[in-house]
Design a protein around this ligand. Structure first.
Ligand code: ATP
Length: 460
């Protein structure tokens, strides 16, 4: 395996994110709330850019793919049909000594140092492993667990003014069902012919009990999901296609392919024909970044069964009626954000012995596309004029505080690809110096060419 180039540790990322307005701990002034995080002024731009790049690739540039934005709160029957009410659960154990709650699968993975794959084990096999190996509590070191129990990950709330169980509804644990229930609405209104896709970006909620590792695992997160509806028989071809598309998307965002790998699932869900993840070499080790599944016609069939509504597709050419298969591609926007942060992070030794921290984001992902830096405050008028013009086209930062070196460092740390310095020559000849974040090389260009110079570089 290749050595990881990035020198990012989770601690360094958390600290940088906090100090530079990328991500703050959730509800911080109240002591925080486990597994929740708030995006700051820089972070929200980066995350929006990630979502925009994904949407551009999988909706805008994708022939026959359509977007939706479905409700978070869905009829509870949806979750019965999807199987979430009965079995969307983690195997949890409580330590009777220190009361820590842990996931049996995580305990086994950590105890065996990754040699045993708990995903391929039944609950009984997990219990046997833990007893046989006397797997201890990572918090207090004792071996005194409750038996494994399944813990449903869906957040419940109630609708209306009374608390009766009949009013229980759930915050969606995945966005996918919003795409499935709208299959025919989209097909008819977009006049789509199978094969076609439905995509969605939106919040999902899971009552995760394991430690979060920053934004890797949170209780509230955004998913970017694309369901491709196709005819049985063509499904495996499209499954391979989506593996390739998902992989290329990451390479185009600037990921080193040595930091990515495919991992087939050892145990398939009962409805799945094939399933794999793309894993990324996160600071915590190789872990799932996204999933690609051939879900067969399970979802549409189940919704047909539970809703009593016909979910079949009528082929207008052959008059054949069938329930399409679904290839699902699903990636967490926050988890991708963590991977992007980790991949971009670098510490570079400079001539003279200093070190600079620099985020080598793809320019399309960077929060600000350029920073306007007047060399002296009395150049502010000209600098503001340039700033006001450029910000009509993309996000621009303006900074006149501190030495130019310090200002460069601040922009490097948030990954601004271009720093534009305004000096006294600018007043004479209407040219500025543009410094490249990665090479630190500087070129002199005309103010009139600046907009197109930057627009060219930031396209995804
Ligand atoms: P994991 O095994 O890590 O719990 P999963 O297999 O349950 O993930 P899916 O249900 O396939 O994940 O969700 C699709 C994607 O959503 C994941 O690949 C991941 O990028 C993201 N995701 C899932 N759960 C979380 C979470 N709790 N926090 C942040 N992102 C998540």
């Amino acid at each position: 395996m290749e050595e990881k180039k990035s020198c990012a540790t989770m601690e360094k990322l958390v600290n940088l994110c906090k100090s530079r307005g990328i991500i703050f701990p959730g509800s911080e002034i109240y002591g925080g709330m486990g597994n929740t995080w708030d995006y700051g002024p820089v972070g929200v731009e980066i995350k929006n850019n990630i979502k925009r790049a994904w949407w551009k690739r999988f909706v805008q540039e994708s022939a026959n793919s359509f977007g939706v934005d479905a409700a978070i709160l869905m009829n509870p029957r949806v979750w019965e049909a999807s199987g979430h009410t009965a079995s969307f659960s983690d195997p949890k154990m409580d330590c009777k000594e220190c009361k820590m709650r842990a996931r049996a699968d995580n305990l086994i993975e950590a105890h065996s140092k990754g040699a045993v794959n708990p995903d391929a084990m039944s609950q009984e096999e997990m219990q046997e492993y833990i007893n046989e190996h006397q797997v201890r509590c990572p918090n207090c070191g004792n071996f005194n667990w409750t038996p494994i129990r399944n813990f449903n990950l869906m957040f419940q709330t109630s609708r209306g003014v009374t608390d009766e169980s009949t009013n229980v509804i759930y915050l969606r644990p995945e966005t996918a069902q919003g795409e499935f229930v709208n299959f025919l609405n989209v097909q008819r209104t977009a006049r789509a012919k199978v094969p076609f896709g439905i995509a969605q970006i939106g919040k999902a909620f899971r009552n995760e009990i394991t430690p979060g590792n920053f934004i890797f695992r949170t209780i509230e997160f955004e998913q970017m999901e694309h369901q491709w509806f196709c005819k049985e028989g063509t499904d495996q071809e499209y499954y391979a296609d989506f593996k390739e598309k998902a992989w290329n998307f990451l390479l185009d965002l600037g990921f080193d392919q040595n930091h990515l790998r495919f991992k087939d699932h050892d145990k398939l869900a009962l409805y799945a024909k094939s399933a794999c993840d793309i894993q990324y070499l996160f600071p915590i080790g190789w872990s799932e970044l996204n999933g690609i599944h051939n879900r067969t016609n399970y979802d549409l069939s189940r919704h047909e069964e539970y809703s009593g509504k016909n979910m079949m597709y009528l082929d207008p050419v052959t008059n054949e009626k069938y329930t399409p298969y679904v290839i699902e591609y699903s990636i967490g926007a926050d988890r991708l954000m963590l991977a992007v942060l980790s991949e971009a992070y670098d510490e570079e030794k400079l001539e003279g012995g200093d070190t600079r921290v620099v985020m080598h984001f793809h320019p399309s992902i960077a929060a600000y596309k350029c920073a306007i830096l007047p060399l002296q405050k009395n150049l502010g008028d000209k600098a503001k004029e340039i700033y006001n013009e450029l910000k009509k086209y993309f996000m621009v930062s303006y900074d006149e505080a501190g030495s130019i070196g310090k200002r460069y460092r601040r922009q490097d740390e948030i990954g601004t690809p271009y720093c534009v310095t305004i000096d006294f020559d600018t007043l004479e000849d209407n040219t500025v110096t543009v410094r490249d974040r990665d090479t630190m090389e500087q070129v002199r260009i005309k103010v009139a060419d600046l907009k197109n110079f930057i627009l060219d570089k930031i396209a995804f």
